[in-house]
Design a protein around this ligand. Sequence first.
Ligand SMILES: Nc1ncnc2c1ncn2[C@@H]1O[C@H](COP(=O)(O)OP(=O)(O)OP(=O)(O)O)[C@@H](O)[C@H]1O
Length: 269
Amino acid sequence: MSALATAERLQPQLMTTPPLLTMRGITHRYGEVLALDDVSATVYPGEVLGIVGESGSGKSTLLRMMNLEETPQAGRYALALPGTPQNLFDLDRYARRQLRARQIGIVYQNPHLGLLMRNSSSGNVAERLLVAGERRFATLREKAGAALEASEFPLARMDAPPIQLSGGMQQRVQLAKAIALEPALLLLDEPTTGLDVSVQALVLDTLKRLQRDRAITMVIVSHDLGVIRTMADRVMVMRQGRVVEEGLVDQVFQDPQHPYTQTLVHAKL
Ligand SMILES: Nc1ncnc2c1ncn2[C@@H]1O[C@H](COP(=O)(O)OP(=O)(O)OP(=O)(O)O)[C@@H](O)[C@H]1O
C-alpha cells in the first residue's frame, strides 16, 4: 500500500476515534541502564504499530510495560476500555492479571515464556478460557479448537504438547492462546524471529489475516524491517531507550529523517 493510501486509511480514524492505548513519559532504569527514557506511544483502534530499533534499545521493555508485567519508575498508561482507571499502573496485581487475561494477548519470541511446554496445546489455550470463568470441558475444548483453527494450527495436533511441535506451530499455539478471549490489544514480541523464512512468511500471513478479519489492534516489536513493513501501519524507531522517529511506515522507510533511521533503512537495502 502506498504512503498516501495508508494515510487516507488512517486519517479519518485518527480524526474521529480516540486512541485505544496511550502511554506518556515512560521512564525506567535497571541499575545504571536507562532502558526507557521518557517514551510516549499512542495506538488507535484497529491499527498496527511497529516498534523497531537496535538490540538493547528498550523495545521489549516497553512491550512488557504495555502487558502490565512491569511498572516503570515514571509514566502513565491508559487503555480506553470501560471500567479501567486513567493509569493502569495504579492497578493491584489481581486487577492487572484479570485485565491482562481478558484484554491483552501476547506472543513472545520464546514460546517457553508464553506456554506450558508439556501441557497439551489445547490445554494451553483452555487455560486462558478458564480465567474468563468457562468450566465445561466440552465448551473449553470447542473454544480452544476455534482459537487454534483461527491461528491456522493443524487441529489434528491439538492434544500434542508444544515441546513436540515445530517452532512455527508453537507460535500458532501462543497466538491461539492470545486471541482466545478476543482481547482489545495484541502484543507481538519478535513473533517470527528464529523461524525459517518460509515458516515466518506463513505466520505473518496468519497475523495479517487475523488483523484484517478482526481488526485487532496490534503492537509488534521486531528488529526486522521487512516484518514491520509487512505488518505495521505506523512505526516507532527506538534507540537507547528513546523514540527517535515515528510515522507512517511507508513515509519513514522511504524518507527517514533521523540519522539513525537512515542508517537502519539503508543497511537493509
Ligand atoms: N530485567 C532486566 N534487568 C536488567 N537490565 C535489563 C532488564 N531488562 C532489560 N534490561 C536492559 O534494558 C535495556 C533495554 O533492553 P530491552 O530488552 O528492552 O531491549 P530490546 O530493544 O528489546 O533488545 P533486543 O532486541 O536485544 O531484545 C538493555 O540494556 C537491557 O540489558
